[in-house]
Design a protein around this ligand. Sequence first.
Ligand code: NAD
Length: 252
Amino acid sequence: MAGRLKGKVAVVTAAGQGIGRAIAEAFVAEGATVHASDLDRAKLADLKRAKKAKLDVCSTRAVEAYAAKVGPIDILVNVAGYVHHGTVLDCSEADWDFSFDLNVKSMHRMIRAFLPGMLARAEETGGSGSIVNLSSGASSLKGAPNRYAYGATKAAVIGLTKSVAVDFIRQGIRCNAICPGTVRSPSWEARVEELGRSVGGADKAMEMFVARQPMGRVGEAAEIAALALYLAADESAFTTGTAIPVDGGWTL
Ligand code: NAD
């Protein structure tokens, strides 16, 4: 089924690699006009048929300028996020502030900047706007070891998602969160290497990550993109305020 997003304009942050990249590619393939951004513009180089830009989602000024340039949109996917490793005792105030700035406040910035245009477009077209936020199984769904700050930020993402959903439910805007389990991506591969240094090798670390999923494997970015596509498209028109796990049974 191609063309599920035909006529839609979408913005995807952190589209340079991993889940963001898979989402941008899926949206392009389904006919959307995709504005793909990343902090590192070079990572977008081989992304085809998208409008590409450097965007630091931690900069309010940059986000506002980007929204003004892009104009009204139908779909906003907030992907950018960072995994702080450790317990509360490993988390300085600076670590906490950075994690919340990149994982949560970035979504606040993006939604504040793009929502007025989304509302105007929804009213004008009689269509609907969709916001999709990347949370995690490590959130209010599940406590994960050594994911203290990360789990707190991703729980906040679920709260933010529900708050936006309830406030704009009658104005044609939906807002949902995706809660992935372990998904293969460049930053996850770096986490495997890092864990490997303390548990006796990358193979052992890989085994530990795989063991978290009752399905016995890690997920692929395309499997997260499939849900993002559903939530972005009109076929999910009756779905808002949800936090949906895609995690091989990790949060079961
Ligand atoms: P990744 O961590 O491999 O890549 C992150 C991308 O974000 C990079 O391209 C990087 O350049 C970009 N980025 C970093 N700081 C940025 C900033 N300030 N502004 C804009 N872009 C910035 O990607 P991933 O592992 O696919 O993770 C994507 C999202 O999915 C994150 O929010 C992550 O927390 C969430 N998630 C990932 C997993 C997983 O196992 N991979 C699991 C659950 C949730």
